[in-house]
Design a protein around this ligand. Sequence first.
Ligand code: HEM
Length: 394
Amino acid sequence: MTDPLPFYRTLRDEHPLYYVAELDTYVLSRFADIWEVLAVDDGTFVASEGTLPAASVLAGQNSGPVPDPPLHPMPFHANFDSPIYDDVRRCTSAPFRPRKVTDLADRIRALANQRLDELLPRGTFDLTQDYGGIVAASVVCDVLGLPVDLAPDVLATVNAGSMARPGDGVEVANARPGYLEYLVPIVARRRADRSGGASPIVDSLIDHVLPDGTAFTDVEAATQMLGVFIGGTETVPKIVAHGLWELSRRPDQLAAVRADEFNVRKAREEMIRFCAPAQWFARTVRKPYTLHGVTIEPGQRIITLLASANRDEREYPDPEEFIWDRRIERSLAFGRGQHFCLGVHLARLEISIMVEEWLKRVAEYRIDEQAAWRPPSSFQWGWNSVPVDTRTKG
Ligand code: HEM
């Protein structure tokens, strides 16, 4: 949990299908294997125990296939297979379609510049939390219909929630009370008063009819927004801060990226490969599947170590090197198949804009490497704190 990368390399080289008996779970670490299994879309791999099951869930052994959970009280929809999963995911997807996301560009740029107006006169601040963190949390507030002045609180709540402790793991499906304090009132307010501007996610969830003819309660509807609330807040800021740090360590690469605004988009893809903080996601197997000569039986689980795939030397030569213009033909950083990241277009746009505006406005910057902090975690292993100094010499 403090530095998993050497373990990933050993897994890739020596145990590409590693069985963890206490969890009855197979761990996949090679890019090609994960690419193969996540493309299977016939109900073989389903997240019926969650895409991030708690350690206590994994500790239980299943004697056969695990059915979808009961409809009520409904957990996060990722735990269901199609069609329920797809129908509910569609309720939350409208603001994240490519054209809708493009419409957010001016707003994101304005938010980034507002932050820089405030931060640059200070000279020293936290690149992860104070810059990207507040911008990303503000966008989440906008999209979900929360006032943006709650962005610092949203950021702090999500940060606290993703601190995985040894033995505990993380759990998204069981709604965490701290998150629902923000999300339930959004649903309740909207249900009471549908006037005013569009609120596409909440409106679709309120209007959604489940296969048994029932609708979501306020808590159930709020629970379906957890993915956006968490995913939209916690990943992008760590990638922006860590990516700018990697560039600052390599002045030639920094100069090359600065040379042309279009280069930021290329560098962004390497930042995502190199810095993406989510380490793994799980599926529970419903139909037998054979990999490396081993048949994984219904009820057993697989863990896809995406962070290992991002550094697989079989896919990316010299994977431990940050190379801003690396050729990236295939990527697993946003997952693949059924649970492919809902926020992929927003994430790319946010990272590009935040890096562009930073490079435009900051002539020189220095990261305090000794003070940077990345808490040990089995899940979100990313640079939570990256202190930076932007005071130029003289
Ligand atoms: C560069 C930043 C990001 C990365 C690397 C990333 C990565 C991922 C990955 C790997 C998955 C798949 C999980 C699985 O296979 O079980 C995922 C799912 C998801 N992401 Fe992202 N994400 C990012 C940003 C965002 C943003 C900005 C949002 C905001 C909407 C978001 C929302 C979601 C949601 C809701 C899911 C769940 C999808 C589902 O299970 O249907 N992500 N993300």
